[in-house]
Design a binder for this molecule. Structure first.
Ligand SMILES: *[C@@H]1O[C@H](CO)[C@@H](O)[C@H](O)[C@H]1NC(C)=O
Ligand SMILES: *[C@@H]1O[C@H](CO)[C@@H](O)[C@H](O)[C@H]1NC(C)=O
Ligand SMILES: *[C@@H]1O[C@H](CO)[C@@H](O)[C@H](O)[C@H]1NC(C)=O
Ligand SMILES: *[C@@H]1O[C@H](CO)[C@@H](O)[C@H](O)[C@H]1NC(C)=O
Ligand SMILES: *[C@@H]1O[C@H](CO)[C@@H](O)[C@H](O)[C@H]1NC(C)=O
Ligand SMILES: *[C@@H]1O[C@H](CO)[C@@H](O)[C@H](O)[C@H]1NC(C)=O
Length: 175
């Protein structure tokens, strides 16, 4: 009896933990956080046109700007101002002051970013084209909704499937 009660008491905790794990896991499955300039970050002497080449930026990906907060900044501008390095009327000032700025790419369109303070003229400018996710791959020839070994944009979805199974298991135990 005692053991049974204890067992029931721990179940909701397990359920909450699995739910939390699932919530943490799902964005990781579908989004990429791009560090602008990769290991070099947001700085001078990097050609960001080359950095963005051959990369596909999907809806709800993120850009992560890492830079010297005392010198540079991150301004979103329109195409004209991107080409002219004009920082007089940014569409959005993403600078937070920490030198670590995150930009959600939550609309499918072209985004243009420059650094003000004259750095744009030295090449601190980046343009990214954001597209919709391709439809999930169809696991042919078997037409099944069961979670299999499908990879979704390179990430394996099995952890999510396990979490769902665990939650289901918790529900059965609660029952
Ligand atoms: C992008 O792909 C093209 C064609 O495969 C290749 O010539 C070019 O070097 C690639 N650029 C980068 C930065 O990897
Ligand atoms: C960008 O903004 C400037 C100033 O507001 C404007 O003159 C220019 O036409 C805009 N360019 C585009 C492509 O919207
Ligand atoms: C952008 O915002 C930061 C932080 O609020 C501020 O310090 C900076 O002056 C702003 N820059 C521009 C160009 O508006
Ligand atoms: C995209 O993100 C920006 C900044 O967080 C927000 O202001 C805007 O409403 C969002 N747009 C959509 C379509 O979610
Ligand atoms: C970056 O590289 C591209 C492609 O090689 C070139 O067209 C462009 O002029 C370069 N940009 C800068 C600022 O050097
Ligand atoms: C796969 O199954 C779904 C729903 O059960 C059905 O609508 C669809 O036509 C099937 N596709 C194929 C290729 O059999």
């Amino acid at each position: 009896m005692e053991a049974l009660r204890r067992g029931i008491a721990t179940r909701p905790t397990l359920l909450l933990l699995t739910l939390a794990a699932l919530l943490v896991m799902l964005p990781e499955v579908s989004c990429t956080r791009w560090i602008v300039g990769s290991s070099q970050g947001w700085t001078t002497n990097v050609n960001y046109t080359i950095w963005a080449q051959n990369k596909t930026f999907y809806l709800d990906d993120w850009l992560f700007f890492v830079y010297d907060r005392n010198q540079m900044n991150v301004l979103e501008v329109n195409k004209t101002d991107y080409e002219a390095c004009n920082s007089d009327h940014p569409l959005h000032n993403w600078t937070t002051g920490a030198g670590r700025d995150v930009v959600p790419l939550n609309v499918t369109r072209d985004y243009y970013f420059i650094s003000g303070k004259g750095f744009c003229y030295g090449g601190m400018k980046v343009a990214v084209h954001v597209v919709n996710l391709p439809p999930p791959p169809v696991s042919s020839p078997i037409n099944s909704s069961a979670p299999g070994f499908t990879t979704y944009r390179g990430h394996i979805v099995i952890p999510a499937a396990f979490a769902i199974a665990a939650i289901w298991d918790s529900f059965i135990w609660l029952w």
